[in-house]
Unconditional design. Structure first.
Length: 176
């Protein structure tokens, strides 16, 4: 699905919104004997998220999951709008847009499964990882060549920042 049409949207993106499981993670959960659910995130996705925040983009997370470790990781990257336990993602989207006075046409949303479907039908640039379910791929204007948790987030952020001339401008190597 990678064609010229999605690239026309990149220069107008001011806001990135991501799901967690299947987008920032590969969708697998390791359950410990104590019942804790562990997820793995990609460090390159983290670098791109932090870079987007540092460059002044709005970055938001909307997830049905409730793992506080996920919140801590994302807040450590500078993401202050992390909505966990979001079962009606449209409500969270609308609250976020209103809070920051954002235009939905300037929003890139990356999701991977059916709970993301309603939100993805509203935003300017719906995207998904390569391993998203077929229904999500069908409504995405861009399907990353990367799987969820394996660089799909980095892929879309890097593309937007490159088109807008913000990827390597004033390169900041201070990342942790």
């Amino acid at each position: 699905m990678e064609d010229k049409s999605y690239k026309e949207y990149l220069e107008h993106i001011s806001t990135f919104i991501f799901d967690v499981d299947g987008v920032l993670t590969d969708g697998t959960i390791t359950v410990t004997t104590s019942g804790e659910m562990l997820r793995t995130m990609n460090i390159k996705d983290g670098y791109a998220l932090k870079t987007a925040v540092n460059k002044g983009f709005h970055v938001c997370i909307i997830s049905g999951g409730t793992n506080e470790g996920v919140r801590l990781r994302l807040e450590g990257l500078g993401i202050t709008d992390v909505f966990l336990g979001a079962h009606n993602k449209i409500d969270q989207l609308n609250q976020y847009l209103e809070k920051h006075q954002l235009n939905i046409k300037n929003v890139l949303y990356m999701g991977d499964d059916l709970p993301d479907f309603p939100v993805m039908n509203l935003v300017g640039l719906p995207c998904c990882p390569q391993d998203a379910v077929p229904e999500i791929k069908a409504i995405s204007k861009y399907v990353s060549h990367k799987n969820g948790g394996k660089g799909a987030v980095r892929d879309v952020i890097e593309q937007v920042l490159k088109v807008q001339g913000k990827w390597l401008d004033n390169f900041d190597a201070n990342y942790n």
